[in-house]
Every structure is written in C-alpha cells, then in structure tokens.
Design a protein around this ligand. Structure first.
Ligand code: GDD
Ligand code: MG
Length: 368
C-alpha cells in the first residue's frame, strides 16, 4: 500500500529550530523527526511513500535519501506554490495507484494502521480518519461520530464557545479511496479539512478511534520537548527505545562522561561531559557536544556541536546545533536557542525566549 505524507507546512511555530532546517528533518532525540513516521509505516507494511513537500524540499531529500536504508521507496513531489492539504494531495495524484494512506507529517504516533484499514474495508468507506481523544481540541480538527462510526460533524479549529459534544480529534492519518481525489479541484489551494471532509459527511466519511495509541502533534516547542521526553521514557515503541534498553541510557562508546549521565538520557558520539557535570534525567545530548565542569543539563535538548561552559544550568530548554553558552549562564523555562547562537557568560535566558540564528549576547547581557 502507498502513503502520501504532507510535509509542506513552514513549521513557523517551531522557529528557530525550523529557521535553518525544514521540520521533517529537525532532529528529535537522535534522528530526523520524519524517520519515526517512516519506521512506523514500515512496521505496518507500507513501503512506497510519496513526500509532498512545499518548503525546502531539497534539504528533506538530501537527509532522507531514497528511503532504501529504511526499506522504503521514497519519492518527493514539490508543489509550484503552496496548495493546501488537499491541493497538495491532488498534485501527487499521478503517483497514486489505488487505495492509499495520507498522513500529516508532523505527528508522532503508534496508531494501529492495520486495524484502521480493516475497519475502513468493513465499512466500505471512502475515507477513514484516525481519531484520538484530547483534553483541548481547539488547535485540531474536532470530530463527532455516529454510533456506526460515520462522521456526523467535522469542525476544524473549533472556537472556544463551540458546542460540539466530543473530545475526539483527527489525528492526521487517513485511509483514502482514490475516488476522494475527484472531489478536489486541480491547480489551486484547497484545504482537506475545510473543504473535503465536510463534503464527505454522509458520503462515506468514517472515524476510527484508537484510544490506546500514543499521539502528539510535534508543532510547538513545548510539544517538541514533550515528544522528546516520551520517546526517552519509552511511551511509544521507537528505534530509540530499542537502543536505550532497560537501563534507559545510551552513551555512545566514543563519548566521554567524567561527570554523570542520569537516565533516561542519551549522549551522542564524541561528546564530552566534564567532571562534576550532570546530564539527565530526560536529557538529549547530541553528537560532538561539550558540557563544561559542574554544569547541569536536565529535561533539555542540546543538539550536535553545541558547547556549554562551566557551571551552567540548562533546564526545560532546547539548544540548537553549534550554539555556544558561556560559563555560569542559565537557559531555562522553555527558552530556545537557534543554530549557532552565542551567549556570553552570566546570562539568564528564560520564559520561553527564542534567540534566532546569528544572535550574539555579550557577557551578562541578558537577565529575564
Ligand atoms: N505539501 C503541503 N502543502 N503540505 C502542507 C501544506 C501545503 O500547502 N500545508 C500544510 N501541510 C502539511 C504540514 O507540513 C503538516 O505536516 C500537515 O500538512 C498538517 O498541517 P499543519 O499546519 O500542521 O496543520 P495543523 O496541525 O494545524 O492541523 C492539522 O493536523 C491536526 C492533527 O495534528 C489538521 O489536519 C487537523 O484537522 C488535525 O487535527
Ligand atoms: Mg500540525
């Protein structure tokens, strides 16, 4: 079976991580975010994938290649202009044979696709949306089902005062019959959520509820960190969980840990954790990172090539590739440093501050 993955969004909410790299190839724990999705699809026997790229497609192609390493045939389609979620699908039409899956490329999940396809078959559906329950549906597509599993109502980004009595949202994984493509006008921007699903109500639109699945949309810094922690804690089955094993710790053999690594944590190749420093719990230290003496990295992500001085505190933060942090500085409270950002000594970066690539902060220049 084939799958189309939509990855054409700009990932603006994840800036500055996505300022220099498209979201699908931003590193999540130890591999590009998209690799989790491809591993999940492969696990369900899907080995022919079309990536619908809008933005920086070349970089995505460069990182993921032809998919052969993952046992998948991977092809890339680039829209001439942003076509929206349905327009992008229509643009990929010539690659599609029969029934296929469509996926939003920014979710991390282990939804049971086999069961979803089986239910789709049994119901004779035109489209089956995977659904998961969430506490706050306001940033998703809210769905109300009838008893037979048919969709009664679909409301994209419901306003706070909406009265739709349901907590089920569309998880961004769809089984589609080829006939759905006929509903989409070619060569223009069309939203599948706002134009296609509503038109399919009572015309074969069904929902498949997977209560037991892990699911997260990795669209914001907070959710990126949550996804990181959940992968480290093995809340869903991933290649990372296999690598971490029962000890929930993976220190690359070429890394040097003079201080401590507290599980769950991962320390990448050639990184050095100096004396008295500790990383973890819930820490990702990428490749070629230096963590100076007596520094703490906890509930945090430090991407490859970053250099952390002595006696620093990094907590609840994301430090981009190659960033430099001077001695005694603190990066805390959801702060995010873009690629190559340089912070002098004795700074405090907190309260969700985002520093973009190219920024340099002098010694003692920031305290907020
Ligand atoms: N090729 C292409 N072209 N892809 C696009 C385009 C486009 O014009 N616009 C968005 N995408 C991709 C994004 O990269 C993302 O992977 C996916 O389509 C969904 O877009 P988002 O921008 O992330 O949408 P959302 O998260 O606000 O809402 C969607 O996902 C929710 C689940 O995470 C909707 O499908 C909701 O109904 C759903 O609940
Ligand atoms: Mg999204």
């Amino acid at each position: 079976m084939q799958a189309v993955i939509l990855v054409g969004g700009e990932g603006t909410r994840l800036r500055p991580l996505t300022s220099t790299l498209p979201k699908p190839v931003v590193s999540l724990v130890d591999r590009p975010m998209m690799v989790y999705m491809l591993e999940w699809l492969r696990g369900h026997g899907i080995d022919d994938v079309i990536m619908s790229c809008g933005f920086k497609a070349t970089k995505v192609r460069e990182v993921l290649g032809d998919g052969s390493q993952l046992g998948i045939r991977l092809r890339f389609v680039e829209e001439p202009d942003p076509r929206g979620t349905a327009g992008a699908l229509k643009f990929a039409e010539e690659f599609l044979d029969g029934r296929f899956l469509m996926l939003n490329g920014d979710v991390l999940t282990d939804i049971d696709l086999g069961a979803q396809i089986a239910q789709h078959d049994k119901a004779g559906a035109a489209a089956t949306l995977a659904l998961v329950p969430v506490l706050d549906p306001s940033s998703y597509g809210l769905v109300k089902l009838r008893e037979d599993g048919a969709v009664e109502e679909f409301l994209e980004k419901p306003p706070a005062d909406s009265v739709l009595d349901s907590s089920l949202i569309s998880a961004g994984a769809y089984v589609l019959e080829r006939s759905v493509l006929d509903l989409i006008a070619p060569d223009r921007n069309v939203s599948i959520e706002r134009e296609v699903w509503p038109a399919l109500i009572d015309q074969g639109l069904f929902g498949f509820v997977d209560d037991a699945a892990y699911w997260i949309d990795v669209g914001t810094p907070q959710r990126y960190l949550q996804a990181t922690f959940d992968i480290l804690e093995g809340k869903l089955r991933t290649g990372v969980a296999d690598k971490l094993g029962d000890g929930y710790l993976d220190v690359d053999p070429s890394a040097e840990v003079a201080g401590r690594a507290v599980p769950p944590a991962i320390v990448g190749a050639r990184s050095r954790i100096a004396d008295g420093a500790h990383v973890g719990s819930l820490a990702v230290v990428g490749e070629d990172v230096i963590v100076g003496e007596s520094s703490i990295v906890e509930r945090a992500v430090v991407l490859h090539g970053a250099r952390i001085g002595e006696s620093c505190v990094l907590r609840d933060c994301i430090v981009g590739p190659g960033a430099c942090i001077g001695d005694r500085s603190q990066v805390i409270g959801g702060a995010m440093l873009g690629e190559g950002v340089v912070i002098g000594s004795d700074n405090v970066v907190a309260r969700g501050a985002r520093l973009f690539p190219g920024m340099e902060v002098p010694d003692g220049g920031l305290a907020f």
